[in-house]
Design a protein around this ligand. Sequence first.
Ligand SMILES: Cc1cc2nc3c(=O)[nH]c(=O)nc-3n(C[C@H](O)[C@H](O)[C@H](O)COP(=O)(O)OP(=O)(O)OC[C@H]3O[C@@H](n4cnc5c(N)ncnc54)[C@H](O)[C@@H]3O)c2cc1C
Length: 419
Amino acid sequence: MRKILIVGAGHSGLHLAHGLLGHGYDVTVITGQSSLEIRTGRPAVTQVTFPTALDYERELDLDFWSGQAPRMQDFKIHMYPPGADPVALKGRTGQGDRYAVSIDRRIKMADWLEYFEDSGGKVVIHGVTLTDLDYFSRMFDLIVVAVGHGELGALFDGDSARFSGARPRVVAQANIYDVLPETGESENIGWAASTADAGNMIFVPFLTADGPCHSLFLGDKRGGPMDAWPDRPRPEEQWRRMRELLRKYAPEYYERVRDASLVDDSSTLVEYFTPQVRKPVGVLPSGGLVLGIADVVITMDPFVGQGWNHSTRCARSYLQSIVEHGDRPFDEEFLAGAFERFWRYGLSVQRFAELNSTLWDQELPPHFQELLGASMTYPEVGDRWIQGWDYPPDYENWLYDPELARTYLTEVAAGHGGR
Ligand SMILES: Cc1cc2nc3c(=O)[nH]c(=O)nc-3n(C[C@H](O)[C@H](O)[C@H](O)COP(=O)(O)OP(=O)(O)OC[C@H]3O[C@@H](n4cnc5c(N)ncnc54)[C@H](O)[C@@H]3O)c2cc1C
């Protein structure tokens, strides 16, 4: 039986570990925190699991929470242009009755880790060093490094050919109760915003260990107006500042949260990081090779809310590559090829992230404004826009290119009798 070591019990590592276990591999997960430590530890950046990622989790029997989590069937995006009124577009999160959920990563990862062990996987609790990896490389057929933003990721070189520019970001987040619903809308609608004067927001109904609440996420460039946390304020002070930022830059959001309160003392976080793409194959001091996955190799700009989506798809793509590879050696050609296969998808997501990161660097292009306007007349335009979050490569077909956008709008109008 082929022996595979996965370093890191986060989202991609555990998704891949469960998939490999199901295919009969001898899988060991080694990670710095036990399930109890994850469960009772610091909050992590909120993830949104879009419908297809949820399907992939269900394929592995990993969707334990959809029965209790608020179901986001609709999403609304607010755009705040400079010196003008905001524009909002709304759409269905998925076709039919499909939905997205957002679940506290502490519950999700702790449950997945315990379920992995209960299913026969091996778990070792240990913070891995480079020296450890070198030692392990003699014991396993394949090592996958799934440490997210952990320091071990430095083993992988940056890949400037796949990434046009590093934009340092800051993210502030709070989990809150007593959010006011939007009049006339579902209580479980997800909101997201992009502002010209500050950064971005993601505001979603959220499931914690204590039940449903909301999670509010503010992201900005480092040093931007929403980088208001250099002194690492206490939770209540952070929450006060977050509300003040909303009052100034996104009043619609402020109105919904002005009477809200933190879920508990462990409901806020601030993270600084720099999105990047790295080369997927790491070389150990002894010459052994390891494969990087998800955030280790592609860290998305948080403005696009794709972290969870791309780590699910990366894990699933690697699983397919490993299984199809059979008994052949996991050599450099295989490792690089597994990443290339995922990159066909990752490239489109990177392009989407790039668009969002630079959205306000110039005036919105006319075709973009036409699409926004059309979304108010034709619901299917809003639906397609929102459903692109589930599968960003679809944007290539209609959003980026003015000609494709106009062809699409002509087709939509024709479907409504040319009106
Ligand atoms: C800054 C930031 C921004 C994000 N933005 C988004 C977003 O916009 N949208 C979204 O949906 N999600 C976002 N996410 C969250 C999303 O959950 C991540 O993209 C996803 O978790 C990445 O999965 P991963 O497996 O690569 O890493 P993670 O889930 O972070 O897992 C890493 C694991 O490795 C372990 N580890 C680290 N170092 C070691 C070591 N030396 N030895 C052993 N174990 C180790 C950690 O304990 C952890 O278990 C963001 C996360 C961060 C941190």
